[in-house]
Design a protein. Sequence first.
Length: 101
Amino acid sequence: MKWWEDICTGCGLCCHQKTRIGRRCYLLDLDGRCGHLGDDGRCLVYDKRFSVCPSCRKMTLPRAMFASWLPPSCAYVAWAKRHHIRFAPDCEWVFSSGSGM
Ligand code: SF4
Ligand code: SF4
């Protein structure tokens, strides 16, 4: 569905390693990025990403609604909130030091 994929801004943040701290907080490790993520934040293997990257996750409506591991800035999180169907708690996100963010 093109309209669904078009929601993504291509920020690439969901392609970095994430670690849960406690119950509601995530650390996003910007140094630990997927090896298929290009410098421009775009996936270099987009069409075959699920076959070449076992940890790659398809963005689905349920994930937009419930996945707490999505960065708060994710466009799907914003979209779900706009439609009043975002049910994951707002986690406090901590970015790794030296990330420039
Ligand atoms: S393979 Fe998946 S996790 Fe890796 S850069 Fe592409 S979309 Fe992101
Ligand atoms: S965090 Fe959201 S907007 Fe950014 S690349 Fe991932 S799915 Fe797209």
